[in-house]
Design a protein around this ligand. Sequence first.
Ligand SMILES: [Fe+2]
Length: 227
Amino acid sequence: MSGEKISNPSGSVQKQPPVATRRAAPHALPALPYADSALDPVISAQTVGIHHGKHEKGYIDNLNRLVQGTEFADMSLEKIIAATAGKADKIGVFNNAAQAWNHAFYWRSLRPNGGGDPPAGLKQKIEAAFGSVADCKAALAKAAAGQFGSGWAWLVLEGDKLKAVNTGNADNPLTRGQKPLLTLDVWEHAYYLDYQNRRADYISAVLDKLMNWGFADENLRGRPWLV
Ligand SMILES: [Fe+2]
């Protein structure tokens, strides 16, 4: 996809990369960065297809319906999330915007033949915060397994330090002043067809075989993530 042209206040035109978070309504379902079957056998093509094509698409369709004709219609997902977080009367808009953001981020947090050793810069930060990559994975597994009910586990940057955290339902570390680097979806729809109630098996398989440490490293260095 080519970049979009953005007018700045002086009237000249700059070439900007197509950053997901800059977009306003109608929000589109981002294409997966790989085929539905690319994560098999850790996550089956059936799970990926339903998760992306039904669940994620549902959040985006709901969001477009909810923001039409409102003050949120021209906002990016990140702006909607910031504007609605913690507001009881906007919970529907928040939930659907955050789930749209979280899912786009989740698919990029995974990659076929992932896992292994993180890039050097990220590895240093991991070792400073957790002791080792294995300890970081253990902390992420604990955050993911310890999330009661639906939610997410995240590797985040808080200040200058990495942390493993979890959030419930649609909640997102952006609203807590933390910078997300990687996420793992622990809603049942993410694993139930493949693992049934064995959430811990899904978590350990994904951490060992699908983690996209390169994506986390890019986020650590502030590179915009694309869809
Ligand atoms: Fe999900």
